[in-house]
Design a protein around this ligand. Structure first.
Ligand SMILES: Cc1cc2nc3c(=O)[nH]c(=O)nc-3n(C[C@H](O)[C@H](O)[C@H](O)COP(=O)(O)O)c2cc1C
Length: 594
């Protein structure tokens, strides 16, 4: 008979109250020390949350849409020739014939990656939702593209900002053909670049000091939506490990004081290569951009002035600027890791998935966060294993979206299984890197069982740790949110934190959140395909989660939570299409949901 798993008694006084204005650390400190101080300071504890305003200052609510006034807007066509592509195909390398690069294919790329997917209305208030999810629906992430001359877009290479409300590109700068050629010389024909940046104020307005974490989660989700979108077009996407932040800033024009004035600044996150005719694996591509050409890009003609997002800022949360600086990427940091001990597709899934009921468009554009879960829906063990198998890279490094990033998994799962048919409820662990099973055994509680479920595919390193009803425990550590208890399962993403900082440097703090966001995005889509739903959970009590899994070392930290299960629809809301005449003339404000 199963019993309830409870949290051990919390040690008193873990963490002192944060004082919002105070610097993270005084004196001569390393960036790694700043990162660790930020992470500790922005933990939620049972007895206090990380510092934030504690209320909504509606007068300064940030505009979710950045625009560059004066920059030409090229609206994308809304037709979608990929409508009927089966969802399962996007995971099978070589099964989607690459679409030529054109305004139509680019339109689909941005539609599936970063566009609006619906407007919601409730009692006279309307807000938009997007293909990429965002903590509090605040959307700190901005998208960019660097494109060659393209019919219907522009007659020369240029740098663009993506405008989601209009589903179009704003032309920020023209590029000399020679600069474009030098920039792209190492890459296959018809390749182009995409970039992401963050405006932390959008998240900090509501979440205060913890906001930097949420910005980085959102970048991870958006990196995954871009990779997945590329897959639906038969394209590939590779994250560059260089240029550093300074080079990205130049390329995206983020340091152009005259263009920003008093508008909120963006800090650069990443640049990735999108390539219609991809090389076979990530190791075969040069992972950098020639830094010297980035200054030449900066010297081109620029257009447009950024809009201010809030009329004023109440509190600016200076620790966010500190952690932004500490995690700044200096320059190219090449990573070449050995995936040979990872499982093959057959070993991970049992049998490769070559069927499914939904189209990619339906899954990607229909993805939604569950606002509450029904507390009854269960899933089969087979469906559970399949969802988890999608989260693990394969030995050939071609499994999507993991082929986009060069590092081995640093995020592992501590699962709260509630309603999976054929499996006892309880705590489970999934090691996403086979070489980390023994390390995790040593890190987690000593008396855990470490029993592989009998029907689990051999390549999936999933283990039962402890049997029991962990619904109350899961909700309790997820800031008391019932969605963590009422799903079929929920989970904490346990990061190999300190070793990542030591191995790759302080900028890898961001990468850990990106990887967690990517895991989350795959969970979102797999839940849709399985006919259920999921929700990202950024609000959780950090150290209590560690206690559940018996983690005493500060070296391992929970970076994100998720829940997956049967959703309860909020029937009071009216749903309207994202674009087109049916949308009518809706006002713009976005209302955060939780
Ligand atoms: C990083 C992150 C953290 C989130 N944290 C929570 C949370 O703690 N609780 C919750 O109910 N939803 C959470 N969400 C879900 C968002 O509220 C949701 O993504 C947003 O409202 C947009 O809705 P959509 O996902 O349906 O597009 C989170 C989402 C993200 C990406």
């Amino acid at each position: 008979m199963s019993h309830s798993l409870r949290l051990p008694v919390m040690p008193a006084g873990s963490g002192s109250p944060a004082s919002p204005g105070k610097k993270l650390l005084e004196g001569d400190v390393t960036p790694e020390e700043v990162v660790v101080a930020y992470h500790e300071r922005t933990k939620h504890h049972y007895h206090r949350y990380a510092a934030s305003l504690g209320q909504m200052d509606w007068a300064t609510q940030p505009d979710p849409f950045r625009r560059y006034e004066g920059a030409q807007l090229i609206r994308f066509p809304l037709s979608d020739t990929r409508r009927t592509l089966p969802y399962w195909k996007i995971y099978v390398p070589g099964s989607v014939a690459p679409m030529p690069l054109s305004i139509d294919s680019l339109s689909i790329f941005f539609r599936y990656a970063l566009s609006l997917t619906a407007w919601k209305r409730f009692q006279g208030t309307t807000w938009s939702l997007r293909a990429n999810p965002s903590s509090g629906n605040l959307h700190p992430t901005e998208g960019y593209a660097v494109l060659p001359a393209l019919d219907g877009v522009h007659d020369r290479p240029a740098i663009y900002h993506y405008a989601p409300k209009e589903h179009g590109l704003e032309r920020r700068a023209d590029l000399d053909l020679t600069v474009w050629s030098a920039l792209m010389a190492a890459f296959p024909k018809s390749s182009f670049l995409v970039g992401l940046s963050s405006i932390p104020w959008r998240e900090a307005w509501k979440y205060g000091e913890r906001a930097f974490r949420y910005c980085q989660h959102d970048v991870g989700h958006a990196l995954a939506t871009m990779r997945i979108s590329a897959a639906a077009l038969g394209w590939r996407l590779f994250l560059f490990s260089g240029p550093g932040d300074a080079g990205m800033t130049k390329l995206l024009g983020l340091d152009r004081d005259a263009d920003y004035g008093h508008a909120e600044r963006e800090h650069p996150d990443l640049i990735a290569l999108v390539t219609p005719a991809g090389p076979d694996g990530p190791s075969s591509i040069s992972r950098g951009l020639p830094e010297e050409t980035l200054s030449q890009a900066e010297a081109g003609s620029w257009y447009g002035k950024a809009n201010a997002l809030s009329p004023a800022h109440g509190v600016d949360w200076p620790v966010i600027e500190e952690v932004v600086r500490a995690t700044c990427r200096q320059s190219k940091t090449p990573t070449s890791e050995d995936f040979s001990r990872f499982a093959s597709e057959e070993e991970l899934f049992g049998a490769p998935v070559r069927s499914g009921s939904l189209s990619a468009a339906k899954v990607i554009l229909g993805r939604r966060s569950a606002v509450s879960m029904d507390g009854t829906t269960s899933i089969s063990a087979e469906a559970f294993f399949r969802v988890l198998a999608r989260l693990v890279p394969t030995s050939d490094r071609r499994s999507m979206p993991w082929d986009a990033i060069p590092w081995k998994p640093r995020i592992h799962l501590g699962l709260f299984v509630h309603r999976v048919r054929g499996l006892p409820p309880g705590l489970y662990a999934l090691a996403r890197d086979p070489d980390k099973v023994e390390t995790l055994r040593a890190v987690l509680r000593g008396d855990f069982l470490w029993q592989p479920p009998p029907t689990c595919p051999s390549g999936l390193h999933l283990y039962l740790l402890k049997e029991g009803d962990c619904r109350a425990l899961a909700a309790s550590v997820s800031c008391g949110q019932d969605i963590a208890a009422d799903g079929a399962f929920s989970l904490g993403m346990i990061a190999d934190y300190m070793d990542s900082l030591v191995t790759y440097g302080p900028a890898s703090y961001r990468n850990l959140f990106w990887e967690a966001g990517m895991v989350g995005q795959v969970l979102y889509l797999e839940a849709e395909e399985a006919g259920i739903r999921s929700t990202g959970i950024g609000c959780y009590f950090d150290d209590p989660v560690h206690e559940v899994f018996g983690i005493v070392s500060r070296d391992w930290q929970s970076f994100y939570h998720f829940t997956v299960g049967g959703p309860v629809e909020d029937v009071r809301l009216t749903t309207l299409p994202a674009y087109g005449p049916e949308r009518g003339n809706l006002p713009d404000p976005t209302v955060p949901r939780y």
